[in-house]
Structures are given as structure tokens and as C-alpha cells.
Design a protein around this ligand. Structure first.
Ligand code: SF4
Ligand code: SF4
Length: 293
């Protein structure tokens, strides 16, 4: 009886293997060999910064979709973009390198704690408890969900506030996706001005909890000659492309108009120079480093 069972199992296994062998021949689809080549040209970080699940998914898309640009791999930077453009025969297009910026200076504003939080050491968890322990509910929660999400070791915590190393940031955006308070923003590395606060509150409500917070007075909006500044989702936002396109002729009117020093120049050297100085230069990325640290 046992022998018959064993022989039957062997026979079934043999038949199944035969069916699989035939099916693999009949249904065989030849994979585009270029997928492997393009995937190998990508950094293999699988960070999702290109908008795809991983490097191979982007490789498939950039090869098969004629409209898919070759410069979406922020982790790889310009060199990888050039290589992908070469391999796919596509034009490079404009790429304005970006970097993460932290819209919060709660340490300078002296934001106090409303209560002692003893739960899970995670921003997402703390945010579920009345918006977190800070008196400002729009500030950096400081438990480092972004630090853990960053595949490139570009962030760290110091005194309850996240810090960014721009030289390591690839602008993949992984940190943005996990920040409950949306205080992280991608800006062009050559941005001139940035908002150092994320509050959606106004006037007294802000002054009550933070000495450095934006009171949403709108002075910057009124003074910007290029109309680059507006309120988006209840907080001050700068259209960086429009600001860069307008250039330094505005004399950073928004920065001068802000009574709370919330709008600050990221690159003072880039302001229109006096005639005796060297011509204004496109700032390198280090100016952002100083302000996020
Ligand atoms: S930036 Fe956001 S995710 Fe990172 S520590 Fe602050 S609150 Fe948490
Ligand atoms: S700081 Fe944010 S955008 Fe920059 S590499 Fe880390 S996760 Fe990506």
C-alpha cells in the first residue's frame, strides 16, 4: 500500500513537472535585456524618489514610456540621469537639483511642552495624542520618523529638532512622506528665500506658543513684487520657481517686510551686489546646510 502511494506521488510529480516545462516554453516571454542594463545604471537604493516602487520599476517605465523622463532618479543625481539618457536615447531635460528644508525653528521660538508624552517614541504615534506634546501643534514633533525613513543617512535629531545634511540628501522625499506635520519641504538648492515656520494659526494664537512663529500677517505677500508668496493650506508658501525667475531685483522685499524674521535669505551672497562687488553667483548648496543645522 505504501509503495503504491509513493509511486503515485512520484507519477503526479513527474506529470506536474512536465506540464510546467511545456508551459514555460509555450508562455515564455523574452525580457527586454535593456531593463537589466538600465537597472544596473541606477543606484539600487529603491528609495521611491522617482515615484516608482523601486529602481527596476523605473527602468521598465523609462524604457517603455516615451514620455517618461530619464532624470527622475534623485538618489543617483546628474551622473545617473546622463547615463539613463544615454542608454534610452532620451533628452536630458531641465533638472533643478533640490534639497530638503525644515520649516520649523521651535528651538529659537522657545516652544514649551503642554504635557509629558510617555507613549511610543514615534512622531506618528505622538501626533495622535492631541497633536503631540508641543505647545505648537505645527512644530517638529522630534521623534525622528523622518530620520528612520531616510535611506541616505541625511538626517539626525538634536534637542528634539530634526537636522539635515544637504550634502547627503538626494531629494528622494522619503522623509516628507512620513512627517505628520508636513514641516519638511523640497526646495531648489539655489532657492533664495524660505519660510522658517509651518503654522496655520494666526496672530495671538502663534505669539502665545512661539516667539519665532509666523503670525500670518500677510506683509510678505503684499510686498513681493513678483507675486511669489501666497497662503497655501493655511500657511505662507513661496513659489520658488517664480522667485528664482524674478531674480534679485526685488531686493528680498518679503524678508524685509516680515516683522517676525520668518522669511529669511538662504543665500545672502546671491542678493544683487553693489557695483564694486563681484557679480552675483548662483549659491552652492552649503547655504542651506547652515540654516537647517
Ligand atoms: S520632521 Fe516630522 S517626522 Fe521628522 S522628527 Fe520632525 S515631526 Fe518627526
Ligand atoms: S533627507 Fe529626506 S529627501 Fe533627503 S535623502 Fe533623506 S529621506 Fe530622502
Amino acid at each position: 500500500m505504501i509503495i503504491i502511494s509513493v509511486l503515485t506521488l512520484f507519477a503526479l510529480g513527474f506529470i506536474a513537472a512536465g506540464i510546467l516545462a511545456v508551459a514555460s516554453r509555450v508562455l515564455y516571454v523574452e525580457e527586454d535585456p535593456r531593463i537589466e542594463v538600465v537597472t544596473e545604471a541606477l543606484p539600487g537604493a529603491n528609495c521611491g524618489g522617482c515615484g516608482f516602487a523601486g529602481c527596476e520599476s523605473y527602468a521598465v517605465a523609462v524604457l517603455n514610456d516615451p514620455l517618461m523622463p530619464p532624470n527622475l532618479c534623485c538618489a543617483g543625481g546628474p551622473d545617473v540621469s546622463v547615463r539613463v539618457a544615454e542608454l534610452t536615447g532620451k533628452a536630458m531635460g531641465d533638472a533643478d537639483p533640490k534639497v530638503i528644508f525644515r520649516r520649523c525653528v521651535k528651538d529659537q521660538g522657545g516652544v514649551l511642552k503642554r504635557f509629558q508624552y510617555l507613549g511610543a517614541q514615534s512622531c506618528a504615534a505622538a501626533n495622535l495624542v492631541l497633536g503631540g506634546p508641543d505647545a505648537c501643534k505645527y512644530s517638529c514633533l522630534g521623534f525622528g520618523d523622518c530620520v528612520r525613513a531616510c535611506p541616505f543617512d541625511a538626517m539626525w535629531l538634536e534637542n528634539g529638532l530634526v537636522r539635515i545634511a544637504p550634502d547627503k540628501c538626494t531629494s528622494c522625499g522619503s522623509c516628507i512622506r512620513v512627517c505628520p506635520n508636513s514641516i519638511l519641504e523640497l526646495i531648489p538648492r539655489r532657492a533664495r528665500v524660505m519660510v522658517f515656520c509651518s503654522t496655520q494659526d494666526k496672530g495671538k494664537a502663534v505669539k502665545d506658543v512661539c516667539e519665532a512663529g509666523c503670525v500670518n500677517c500677510g506683509a510678505c505677500i503684499k510686498k513681493c513684487p513678483a507675486k511669489c508668496i501666497s497662503t497655501v493650506n493655511g500657511r505662507i508658501a513661496i513659489d520658488q520657481a517664480a522667485c528664482l525667475a524674478y531674480g534679485p531685483e526685488c531686493g528680498e522685499a518679503c524678508v524685509k517686510a516680515c516683522p517676525r524674521d520668518i522669511l529669511r535669505c538662504l543665500a545672502p551672497d546671491a542678493v544683487a551686489p553693489a557695483p564694486h562687488k563681484e557679480p552675483a553667483h548662483i549659491p552652492d548648496e552649503t547655504h542651506v546646510a547652515d540654516l537647517n543645522a
